[in-house]
Design a protein around this ligand. Sequence first.
Ligand code: PHE
Length: 360
Amino acid sequence: MQGLDTLKARYLSAIAAAADEAALEEVRLTALGKKGEISLKMRDLGQMEPAQRQAAGGLLNALKDEVEAALRARKAALGDAALNERLRSEWLDVTLPGRPRPAGTIHPVSQVMDELTAIFADMGFAVAEGPQVESDWYNFDALNMAPEHPARQEHDTFFMARTEGDARPPHVLRTHTSPVQIRAMAAHGAPIRVIAPGRVYRMDMDQTHTPMFHQVEGLAIDRDISMANLKWVLEEFCRAFFEVPSVELRFRASHFPFTEPSAEVDIRCSWEGGQLKIGQGDKWMEILGSGMVHPKVLEAAGVDPAQWQGFAFGIGIDRLAMLKYGIPDLRAFFESDLRWLRHYGFAALDMPDLAGGLSG
Ligand code: PHE
């Protein structure tokens, strides 16, 4: 049969040139489809003499096989190329780090402030604030500490610089949150129920003292508030804060110029194996100062002591944080050591609330 070699050369080069599977299919149809060139030639075999048919049939079958084999090989090669292209374009480095976690954490002092705000809010206490640079009248005089009062010396006060003949009243860095009692009562009158968390300053520095620390003041004034109410509120607070079923508090007679009577409050605890447990054991730990607000303090804030009375307390927040979260050294609170902050810090989106669990 004539021309088979040309045919073969043409198809093999067309197959090699097919750039994709569609082009390759085109070539297959032209050669081997129903009306394909090779198929038609095979149909012609029927009209041939037997001897001629045998010879031509063999050649045509060989050609068909060869073209089919070339098609298969080319198809496989095109498939590999497509796969390689996909692998290249969809390449992903699975060893890359994932999305980074938010880097910051909530400082234990902020966490404890949020916790105690949630607890006292539940008992009807609003949050009040006052300035950290405070006039000495609010910080001392209005709290029944006249300039010659000995307690004034005990406060290790930082005084703001003054020039000769300065017309402004003397100012100090507030030594406690108690001046906020005066500001809150002067602004809102009685009855009133507030807490005032914030920074306070005293010139003191050792393992248990830093020049800046945190307190939360509590104040409840109404017509017949008594020490019994104070005791209940403090017990309720400690129970909720330390997340224990019950606590035992001990009220020790004490003295503050701005409360009468005054009491320092200790909480029952144990230190077994260096582990602090609140609510059980035979040790007592002092956690706060408190008392019934002195009539002179009510007067200074414009509240009539003949009609109103109530309690106040001041708690050291840093001390609470150390107790609850087992943090041994106070000074580390304020050194901004990233390893310490990551270790003792709290997740940023875990807002403490009474229903959801205070400390997550
Ligand atoms: N202001 C006192 C102190 O800093 C604490 C206190 C507050 C005591 C309120 C009694 C009433 O030590």
